[in-house]
Design a protein around this ligand. Structure first.
Ligand SMILES: Cc1cc2nc3c(=O)[nH]c(=O)nc-3n(C[C@H](O)[C@H](O)[C@H](O)COP(=O)(O)OP(=O)(O)OC[C@H]3O[C@@H](n4cnc5c(N)ncnc54)[C@H](O)[C@@H]3O)c2cc1C
Length: 575
């Protein structure tokens, strides 16, 4: 058995920022970060458009209160407003701190950090490094971990959270390089495992975004909050689903249907292309349904609409959003200076997650906590995004709540002893789980089952939902779950067995998918990203509450938790 004072699962922005904070406040603390990828290959590295903060460099009239209001309105009033106040008040400070760490932000002519427009934000407050913002930030953070002697476990897969009697004690780990199994015990365990885009068949997320941290928490009896709120980003490149950043519209691009019309004037006349993502994704889906989408041959009635950058000119495109141009050129051979890009909504972000308080401590129920367990970043739900996240608020959440959670842990471990664990028991279980998978003599390929599951989620729990469609989806999921016992692995080796990792990840995908669909089925209203055709209105009387889904082998129980409303009373949401 290994041990560290603190073990952080996840080497993205949230995990790295927390580790750095612990080392700053308590340099003698033994901190380890573990990731199934190399840390700088975490999905954070792919973040493009930017990070919001009221620096007032471009718009001196901006305030943190305006940022808070935009965030709460964007969330369709489901965000906890105390958490939003912290997010927006601390934003300028964490941003300047990133700059001092060495992050190379894009500049205004006078040398200050540049800020651009973003969907749902009423002021120009999104800071950026061209359209490679995540890359710029994550590289500096990972460098700083090395400088601060944080122990890095690269390419280790975490299989299980060890939780006994309401206390997190450690994790079970599998070294991908050689198949070694181990237990790591810790005085504090933190999950910063990112999102679950791979639960769906079309996503902007990387291959590692399989929701493992969510599944491991659910398995340990911890509830998952607001999982029905899945963000579809309006502009995924057709057909691959790769993201074309919202910064492209922030810099002035248009959305155009088969009739050449800027159709957002029908759906959000005052914000046009810069309406929040839920509204824009629905608008695109409705245009396509109404026959105003486009086919690859240019005729009407097809599966995508256009993103038009042509009026922006080569110089602006190449200096502000070069990566978007590169992606369309690399993947589809399109020159966006003279041609329009085909786009449609793609699964992008997980608003829900592991419930935490504003100190990053994980909740066991609405009014109790799990000892020794913390979480931040996309896998957590604090909840600053409620039913719909605004662009550039997620990187911000990772650094604000990564820092806060690090601060909490730095104090927490000082008075903790190492927990007692019967490591052999957990190792035996893990060994058996792997052995069973390797020896299984089924006929179904992992890729085939995963595809069927992802297609089912996309078809039955997409941009628009209804009771009958979701009910059918839940029935299909049960059948697909049965087939898991019939999968077959070609690779029986212990070295670099990526097929085995895919089999483990598929378990996470299936569990998370079932929780999403069940939570969505129970929420009989439309709010933010959750849009029910059979309940088209928001129902504050019954559903201005957070969902808490408890997983067990017997099924999923749904409970609810109040929303913190202490600044802005819910209003009708119009743009
Ligand atoms: C293409 C794209 C562009 C985006 N652009 C923006 C943007 O411009 N602005 C913005 O605010 N947000 C953006 N987002 C969202 C934002 O990037 C993410 O929400 C955020 O980076 C998540 O960071 P994280 O630290 O929570 O997790 P991640 O960066 O996803 O890291 C997760 C970590 O957990 C590890 N992990 C997971 N499971 C296991 C396991 N079982 N064992 C071991 N390790 C594990 C992974 O290896 C990884 O290190 C974008 C997202 C995408 C997909």
């Amino acid at each position: 058995m290994r041990e560290h004072d603190v073990i952080i699962v996840g080497g993205g922005l949230a995990g790295c920022r927390a580790a750095l904070e612990i080392k700053r406040l308590a340099p003698n603390t033994d901190v380890a970060v573990i990731a199934k990828t190399h840390p700088i290959r975490s999905h954070s590295v792919a973040a493009q458009g930017g990070i919001a903060a009221t620096l007032k460099n471009v718009d001196p009239t901006d305030t943190w209160e305006a940022h808070a209001f935009d965030t709460v309105k964007g969330s369709d009033y489901l965000a906890d407003q105390d958490a939003v106040a912290i997010l927006t008040q601390e934003a300028p400070d964490v941003l300047i701190d990133l700059e001092h760490l060495g992050v190379l932000f894009s500049r205004l002519p006078d040398g200050r950090i540049a800020q651009r427009a973003f969907g749902g934000h009423s002021h120009n407050r999104t800071c950026y490094a061209a359209d490679k913002t995540g890359h710029a930030i994550l590289h500096e953070l990972v460098n700083n971990l090395r400088r601060n002697n944080v122990h890095l476990y690269e390419e280790w897969y975490v299989m299980q959270l060890i939780q006994e009697e309401g206390e997190a004690k450690g994790i079970v780990v599998y070294r991908i390089r050689d198949g070694a199994l181990d237990v790591i015990r810790a005085k504090a365990v933190m999950f910063a495992t990112g999102g679950y885009g791979r639960v769906y068949n079309t996503t902007s997320n990387d291959y590692a975004s399989t929701g493992d941290g969510l599944a491991m928490s659910a398995m340990a009896g911890i509830p998952l909050e607001d999982m029905e709120f899945v963000q579809f980003h309006p502009t995924g490149l057709y057909p691959v689903g790769v993201l074309i950043s919202e910064a492209v519209r922030g810099e002035g691009a248009y959305l155009i249907n088969s009739e050449g019309q800027r159709f957002m004037e029908t759906y959000a006349p005052s914000r046009m292309e810069l309406a929040p993502r839920d509204i824009t994704s629905r608008a695109i889906t409705l245009e396509i349904r109404a026959g105003r989408g486009v086919h690859p041959d240019g005729s009407a009635g097809g599966p995508f609409v256009y993103l038009d950058l042509r009026h922006m000119g080569r110089e602006k495109i190449m200096s502000r959003i070069p990566f978007a141009w590169e992606e369309a050129h690399r993947l589809l051979g399109i020159d966006a200076v003279v041609e329009m890009m085909p786009i449609r909504p793609t699964v992008h972000y997980c608003m829900g997650g592991i419930p935490v308080n504003t100190e990053g401590q994980v909740r066991r129920s609405p009014d109790s906590l799990v000892e020794g367990f913390f979480s931040a970043g996309e896998c957590s739900c604090v909840s600053v995004h409620g039913a719909n996240r605004l662009g550039s608020n997620s990187l911000l959440e990772c650094v604000v709540y990564g820092r806060r959670t690090g601060r909490t842990i730095a104090q927490y471990v000082q008075k903790r002893k190492y927990p007692e664990i019967n490591a052999e028991l957990y190792l035996q279980e893990a060994r058996k789980r792997i052995q069973d998978l390797l020896e299984q003599t089924g006929t179904i390929r992992i890729g085939h089952l995963r595809q069927q599951f992802q297609d089912c989620m996309t078809e039955h729990c997409g941009v628009f939902r209804s009771e009958s469609v979701m009910k059918e989806g839940l029935e299909k999921l049960q059948q697909l779950k049965q087939q898991y016992n019939n999968i077959y692995l070609d690779d029986k080796d212990q070295f670099w067995n990526t097929e085995l990792i895919e089999a483990l990840e598929l378990q996470s995908i299936m569990m998370v998918g079932e929780i999403i669909l069940t939570s969505a089925y129970q929420r009989k209203e439309s709010r933010g990203a959750h849009s029910r055709e059979d309940y088209p209105s928001r129902d504050d009387g019954n559903f201005l509450q957070h969902t808490l889904a408890y997983y067990s082998s017997a099924g999923i129980d749904i409970n609810y938790m109040p929303v913190v409303i202490n600044m802005f009373e819910p209003q009708e949401r119009k743009y």
